[in-house]
Design a protein around this ligand. Structure first.
Ligand SMILES: Cc1ncc(C[n+]2csc(CCOP(=O)(O)OP(=O)(O)O)c2C)c(N)n1
Length: 401
């Protein structure tokens, strides 16, 4: 059932049904009920193709239903703590409950679709809270500049939780965005979170289960190599050869200091059309990687220093590392993060630029973070990264170059 078959009252009935379950204590979870924008969304979804991507937020139920996620399947997810984590690979439907999490990913999918010559589009629904973020601004600018098949729809009720636009920004005036951004205004008919009614606490206590029940953990992938061969290559040549091989396998290199710069000369053998020089927008760079990998490309995102990784921590820790678990394995982004730590050499770059966040990231993500000590390890670790079905971060120590 897609947009044409839904009526305003059908959507409202669905929400009422869930609200009733909440009040009876069967939903001991954070839930965000939609309401007040039924007709606007029915109209917009009339334009959205069945195979188009739809990206949504914590308040995603209407988007999911209108894009064809079956009502029973959505209800089942809501009853098992997944209201904010509705993913459906078959329908290209994905969400983030983190404000600003989706725009960069939408851009990555858009880049991949454009490279493939696909006629699919990406629709990224955002609240005016997401419009507040830098993540949104960098994504919009990229889509506008490269004319990507992505439309952002701002669902503007003027409020983020309980705060008006004016109280957040000093003015209620709307920003004027490029044409890839549409805005519709509405008034929410529901509170920001839950129903506004007290839920039956005793039933809630009986209903609630452990987090692993709702989101099973899978065994972390460990680095392994069958044949680490000794090599006479220098560390830099080993990295360069590895990049050449990843390029031959179709890898797309994303970041800055790539064209020109070649990531400290290591991408010299990679064809130009597999190198994307990005703006200095690290979160967007990883969003690009995530989105492109969802369309089957092999993105390698390059960071020339570790302090810059922190700017992309949302995309790396909250999205790249978590999407497989929160989507119950429906979406498995695979991005290789090629990172450099400036740990020596003649050009000391000071306390910020020489930081090493290997240990910090190992505490935050469950994918392999590998630090080659020599040329042969560099070769096997990049071979592993290429064959691994999930993300891998490689840390190249500059002193070895
Ligand atoms: C990065 C981040 N900061 C804060 C929050 C907490 N939070 C959840 S919803 C929300 C407001 C969202 O407002 P808006 O985007 O307008 O969406 P609406 O809830 O109005 O649909 C906030 C601040 C979050 N989820 N992510």
């Amino acid at each position: 059932m897609r947009a044409k078959e839904w009526s305003e009252s059908g959507l409202v009935d669905f929400v009422n049904e869930v609200a009733d379950l909440h009040d009876k204590g069967f939903l001991p979870f954070a839930i965000h009920l939609p309401g007040g924008n039924e007709q606007q969304l029915i109209d917009i979804f009339g334009e959205i193709g069945e195979s188009d991507y739809v990206l949504s937020t914590h308040r995603n139920w209407y988007h999911a239903l209108l894009h064809g996620v079956p009502k029973d399947s959505l209800l089942e997810r809501i009853k098992s703590a997944r209201s904010m984590f509705v993913f459906d690979r078959k329908r290209n439907f994905l969400v983030s409950a983190i404000i600003g999490g989706t725009p960069g990913i939408a851009v990555g999918i858009g880049v991949a679709l454009k490279r493939k010559g696909s006629n699919q589009r990406v629709w990224c629904f955002v609240g005016d809270g997401i419009e507040d973020t830098g993540h949104f601004a960098e994504a919009v600018r990229y889509v506008d500049g490269f004319e990507l098949p992505v439309t952002f729809v701002i669902e503007d009720d003027g409020m983020a939780v309980e705060a008006s636009k004016e109280s957040r920004w000093g003015t209620g005036k709307d920003l004027i965005w490029p044409v890839c951004v549409r805005r519709y205004k509405y008034k929410k008919s529901r509170p920001h979170i839950r129903t506004g009614n007290f839920a039956d606490i005793e039933t809630m206590k009986k209903t609630k289960k452990e987090p692993e029940h709702y989101f099973p953990l899978s065994n972390p992938i460990e680095y392994s190599t069958k044949d680490e061969k000794e090599t006479k290559l220098s560390f830099k040549d080993a990295i360069t050869n590895s990049m050449t091989k990843i390029g031959e396998a179709g890898g797309i290199f994303i970041g800055y200091s790539i064209v020109p710069g070649d990531a400290m000369g290591t991408l010299v053998n990679v064809p130009l059309n597999q190198k994307i020089e990005t703006p200095v927008a690290e979160n967007l760079m990883v969003g690009l990687g995530i989105g492109m990998s969802l369309e089957g490309l092999i993105p390698v995102v390059y960071f020339e220093r570790h302090d810059f990784l922190l700017v992309a921590a949302d995309a790396i820790v909250n999205h790249l590392a978590k999407m497989k678990r929160i989507s119950h394995g429906e979406f498995k982004p695979k991005v290789i993060l090629k990172t450099v730590v400036d740990d020596g050499g003649l050009f000391y770059s000071g306390p910020t630029h020489s930081q090493d966040f290997t240990a910090a990231f190992r505490n935050m993500v469950d994918f392999p973070i590998l630090v080659p000590k020599n040329a042969s390890e560099a070769i096997s670790m990049y071979e592993f990264a290429l064959s691994c079905e999930g993300p891998v971060m490689i840390v190249e120590r500059k002193s070895l170059f």
